[in-house]
Design a protein around this ligand. Structure first.
Ligand code: ADP
Ligand code: MG
Length: 247
């Protein structure tokens, strides 16, 4: 395999501004296939912006972002291609409230991938079983708990057979008793070799599945290391301060 085939995501010298505000500063990040990366850092440090740039929900202004060999430019066709390969799970589930769970899961496969409806439903039921809620398929999102809705959101992403999954604080809107059921699904995905970038402050999860933890502050990647070293021996003062506040 060529080196470029082993790289899932690459950000080189990425900068982004919201108006005058410099939100991402010279971000360099290479993610190899199968890597599981946890991104942490204070609120407002640019974590969401960075991962949203990876599937072009936000545009960067300087530097290059390459996903699965495709550089993200203004070429809409390429943006579509990238979005097909990249699944994203948000803090607030973002399910369509007027569609059933099954319809939420089959919408994109039917309309984007042109999968026949029956096949899309089979695949959806497979993933709903995997996240342990096949019996909820004909309900509406509002009838499910937060943890169940988030598991649907993950199943919905998986229905598109993504090569890369992005998670943006998937458990931070959940009641404590529901956090584990969502993390368990994410651990399962990691064990199957999914390439994952997860913004989360669940440090137990980071220790269990991440091969690298990245700390961001003020729009920069301040420090990164494998979890054990990151937690036991942080290098920078800003990292130490952050860890002392969350651990
Ligand atoms: P994090 O996810 O680390 O909390 P964000 O990426 O959401 O940080 O935000 C980084 C900074 O950019 C924050 O100061 C936030 O207020 C600002 N910001 C985020 N989105 C926008 C936007 N659409 N327009 C202007 N400023 C924004
Ligand atoms: Mg955020």
């Amino acid at each position: 395999m060529a080196i470029s085939d082993e790289i899932a995501v690459e950000l080189l010298g990425v900068n982004k501004w919201y108006g005058e505000f410099h939100v991402l500063r010279d971000i360099n990040l290479t993610v190899r296939r199968g890597e599981r990366i946890v991104i942490c850092g204070p609120s407002g440090s640019g974590k969401s912006t960075m991962i949203r740039c990876i599937n072009r929900l936000e545009e960067h202004q300087k530097g290059t972002i390459t996903v699965d060999g495709i550089e993200l430019t203004n070429d809409l066709k390429k943006i579509d291609e990238v979005r097909r390969e990249v699944g994203m799970v948000f803090q607030h589930f973002n399910l369509f409230p007027h569609l059933t769970i099954l319809e939420n899961c089959t919408l994109a496969p039917i309309w984007v991938r042109k999968t026949p409806k029956k096949k899309a439903e089979e695949v959806a039921m497979h993933y709903l079983s995997r996240v342990k809620i096949p019996e909820q398929a004909h309900k509406y999102p509002g009838q499910l708990s937060g943890g169940q809705q988030q598991r649907v959101a993950i199943a919905r992403s998986l229905c598109m057979s993504p090569k890369i999954m992005l998670f943006d604080e998937p458990t931070s809107a959940l009641d404590p008793e529901m956090i584990k059921e969502v993390l368990d699904v994410m651990v399962g995905l990691a064990e199957e070799g999914m390439t994952m970038l997860c913004v989360t402050h669940e440090m137990g999860f980071a220790r269990q599945v991440a091969n690298r933890v990245i700390f961001m502050d003020a729009g920069q990647i301040v420090e990164q290391n494998e979890p054990e070293a990151f937690f036991t021996n942080p290098e920078h003062e800003r990292t130490k301060l952050f860890l002392s506040q969350i651990l």
